[in-house]
Design a protein around this ligand. Structure first.
Ligand SMILES: CC(C)(COP(=O)(O)OP(=O)(O)OC[C@H]1O[C@@H](n2cnc3c(N)ncnc32)[C@H](O)[C@@H]1OP(=O)(O)O)[C@@H](O)C(=O)NCCC(=O)NCCS
Length: 343
């Protein structure tokens, strides 16, 4: 077996690697059509998003891909100790997973990382793989989906009216793709409020972003072919109160994604979270009728966000896990016995 960057694969091997990811995605969510070849090629070519450098590798056996490794290296200084690794195919093919993991650990070492977080659906196979290499479950995420055409319009009207009444000093502005210069400082502050989401047992520090980071990410999202719809709640001085963002996927509108939602600390508990989510729902129905479904992920312990999402109609699809270990512990476990097989 050998491990090769996705960008270096010929068409036959690329198609084989794509099939590995598609198979895992279909197991997680049988309704949403899985990632397409042009999308995966774009992800492989644009290696910076969301404050991370991304590298993708195929684990090959001849022309056949047995695994696909996605390594995420956090660029933010506060989290320069971390690398996230996701290995498609690892739960089915432990040997391929281990080969992919070794490449991920090499890259993590080269970039000075000390802590590895393995991500994947919280299935028996995935749990066995990551615990077999010395990691422990540190975070649980509920992945849920919402049929936008089944959301109760009267409930959304009520949330919007209640928020507007209780937070009468607030207005909601919106844009597609590029944040207007006039709102960029407020938008940065709103995004920083995402630091308050629960990380459970993960060793993550608060991150810091600025206007340049926002612009860089906008360029990446455009290169990835995603349309980003943003709503920002501001007070009378133009200061930040909240934001929510949806990534609309024009290639597969039913694979659109509810990205961040955050209300800045001083404005929580005033109905702004419900209001801005209701306003986004209405905007999506008007502007993007083909986007019939949204998926999202929330920490299982995020009672405040889950209360809103469950009331809107999000239904659980699967639980994701994040298994954490120091890189030296993972290497030792990998060389000692390799990941346990599930059979
Ligand atoms: C989640 C969040 C956006 C909610 O914003 P908010 O404006 O305070 O929420 P609302 O005032 O609209 O409250 C909505 C409902 O959530 C529930 N809720 C709010 N805070 C809660 C808490 N701490 N625990 C349980 N339920 C809570 C209540 O049922 C409330 O409805 P009610 O006012 O009718 O009782 C906010 O807490 C936040 O920004 N958290 C940090 C960032 C984050 O975790 N984002 C999500 C990442 S996936």
């Amino acid at each position: 077996m050998h491990v090769v960057p996705l960008t270096q694969l010929d068409d036959i091997r690329f198609a084989s690697a794509l099939a590995v990811q598609q198979r895992d995605e279909a197991a997680v969510d049988p309704v949403t059509p899985p990632i397409t070849a042009p999308e995966l090629r774009r992800y492989a070519a644009h290696d910076r998003t969301e404050g991370n450098r991304h590298e993708r590798f195929a684990v090959l056996d001849g022309d056949t891909a047995r695994g696909l490794v996605h390594v995420e290296l956090e660029l933010d200084e506060a989290n320069a100790h971390r690398a996230n690794i996701e290995i498609f195919g690892a739960a089915r093919d432990v040997a391929a997973g281990a080969a992919g993991l070794r490449t991920g650990l090499d890259l993590a070492d080269e970039t000075g990382r000390t802590l590895i977080t393995g991500w994947g659906p919280r299935t028996d196979g995935e749990h066995a793989f990551w615990t077999g290499v010395g990691a422990t479950l540190a975070y649980r995420e509920r992945v849920s989906a919402l049929r936008l055409d089944r959301v109760d319009p009267e409930l959304m009207e009520a949330w919007a009216a209640d928020g507007a009444r209780r937070a009468s000093d607030i207005e909601i502005v919106r844009w597609i793709d590029r944040c207007p210069d006039a709102h960029i400082d407020a938008f940065v502050e709103a995004q920083m409020a995402m630091n308050d989401m629960p990380h459970e047992g993960l060793d993550i520090n608060a991150w810091d972003i600025d206007a340049d980071d926002v612009r860089e990410e906008e360029a990446t999202m455009a290169a990835l072919g995603l349309r980003v719809m943003t709503m920002l709640a501001v007070d009378l001085d133009g200061r930040s109160a909240a934001h929510t963002r949806v990534h609309v996927n024009p290639t597969r509108p039913a694979a659109s994604y509810q990205w961040d939602t955050a209300v800045v600390d001083r404005h929580r508990g005033r109905g702004i979270g419900k209001w801005i989510k209701a306003a986004m729902w209405r905007w999506l129905r008007e502007a993007e009728p083909a986007a019939t479904r949204l998926t999202t992920g929330n920490a299982q312990s995020n009672d405040a966000m889950l209360a809103i999402n469950v009331a809107m109609g999000y239904e659980p699809l699967i639980e994701y896990g994040a298994w954490q270990a120091r890189i030296d512990e993972m290497r030792a476990a990998l060389s000692r016995r390799g990941p346990r097989s599930t059979d």
